[in-house]
Design a protein around this ligand. Structure first.
Ligand code: NDP
Length: 380
């Protein structure tokens, strides 16, 4: 069980000492007037309801929520009430906090739940995020934010209308090696990164078809490895361009060697993103290749994240100046700590809905370019 938290207000120094290094560093950078206000922290920390009790919730987010400083599992939304009750026993919350997808609206009257974390198949994110916002809860939406820009817009609008905060589950923004990479880009340590290359994928291996695996079901996934794995490469490339979006893309679907699996979504995809300053990023994603690497070159140096660059294992940043000595963190704990600090401080999040929308605008342009064989503009 989670260590009980004290409801006694803590000093800023104590509070910072309790944070992960990444969250503390991020908080220390915040403007003074926006720094964490302990008075805004609910006495028991933030109660989080996980929506969709699949692999990521069960193996990563639930366990991480036991280790975070300011959050705990306070409820679940699931299509399987029996599984929900198993969660309530394991995480120590009331059975009344087990909801179904159709009853999410009833969370509105439940003070145990402050944040709803949506961890369902990609195409369902919009409906579940909107239901959470309408219930008056802050929203964390897993990546990819949605399967269309229109759905991203609908999520952003619902959160604005309900006056709740919106975060996208981009865990690497809270991870020290990636924070350092972003700093190198922002401060122009090597000059602007101009030649970028990244790849991310895994070998799905099994012959699961779309009726058994939502990741290869276009209606539920919205697309193939680009939506699921390629989005990390898009994220990293934009990060080293100081969060600029590319202006145009070219793209080509890879060959389909397993048609029994990849009848609805692509098996692999190569694409190039072109930025306004003539920088370009050559990228690859796949459900048939185990790849995970990222490199960015500038005239004055380079930075690389070794394989596995985007997995949960600690990524290792190397640069032309050496290998910085950075702490190992649990990605999900760092993300949840960072988001809790952003929430209680009122500081804008570094993993915003607008960023999630930008990435889906890039994804839409990549699919358009691959389908047409022509360069496509990005309207991010
Ligand atoms: P799973 O298939 O393991 O779990 C998805 C869960 O969603 C199911 O177990 C089910 O939960 C619920 N669900 C609701 N409707 C459906 C439906 N029609 N079909 C299938 N499941 C449904 O997926 P993951 O946990 O791997 O991924 C979920 C989301 O999390 C995805 O958007 C993915 O991109 C993201 N993710 C992010 C990661 C990261 O590192 N940030 C890592 C892994 C995933 P229940 O039975 O409780 O209703």
């Amino acid at each position: 069980m989670k260590t009980p938290r004290s409801s006694t207000p803590v000093s800023r120094r104590t509070f910072l000492g309790q944070l992960s290094t990444a969250a503390a560093a991020a908080l220390a950078l915040a403007p003074r007037r926006l720094r964490a206000d302990d008075a805004q922290r609910p006495p028991k920390g933030y109660g989080v309801a996980l929506v969709g009790l699949g692999n990521y919730s069960a193996t990563r987010l639930g366990p991480a929520l036991k280790l975070t400083d300011h959050c705990h599992v306070a409820g679940v939304v699931t299509g399987d009430p029996k599984k929900g009750r198993e969660w309530s026993r394991h995480y120590g919350f009331s059975d009344k906090n087990v909801y179904g997808y159709e009853t999410m609206g009833q969370m509105a009257g439940n003070p145990d739940i402050d944040i709803v974390y949506v961890v369902t198949p990609n195409a369902l994110h919009a409906q579940h995020c909107i239901a959470a916002a309408k219930a008056g809860k802050h929203v964390i939406c897993e990546k990819p934010m949605a399967t269309s820009v229109a759905d991203c817009d609908a999520i952003i609008a619902a959160c604005r209308a309900a006056n709740v905060r919106l975060f996208v589950g981009y865990r690497l923004h809270y991870e020290p090696h990636n924070i350092e990479l972003a700093r190198l880009a922002r401060e122009g340590t090597f000059g602007p990164f101009m030649r970028i290359a990244g790849e991310n994928g895994f070998d799905m291996g099994s012959p699961d078809a779309a009726d058994r695996n939502w990741r290869v079901n276009k209606k539920l996934a919205g697309g193939g490895p680009l939506m699921d794995m390629g989005i990390y490469v898009i994220q990293a490339a934009c990060m080293v361009k100081v969060e600029a979006a590319p202006v145009s893309v070219t793209a080509k679907f890879g060959p389909v060697t397993r048609p029994e699996v990849f009848s609805e979504v692509e098996q692999s995809l190569n694409w190039t993103m072109e930025f306004a300053d003539s920088a370009s990023a050559k990228c690859f994603t796949s459900y048939a290749d185990q790849v995970s690497h990222f490199r960015a070159d500038a005239d004055g140096g380079w930075a690389e994240i070794e394989d596995p660059a985007f997995y949960y294992e600690e990524p290792i940043l190397r640069t032309s100046r050496g290998t910085p000595n950075l702490p190992k963190v649990n990605h999900q704990v760092a993300q949840l700590n960072g988001m809790a600090v952003e929430l209680m401080s009122g500081r804008p999040t570094i993993a915003s809905g607008e960023m999630g929308r930008r990435d889906i605008a890039i994804v839409e342009a990549i699919y358009a370019a691959a389908a047409s064989g022509k360069r496509a503009d990005v309207n991010a």
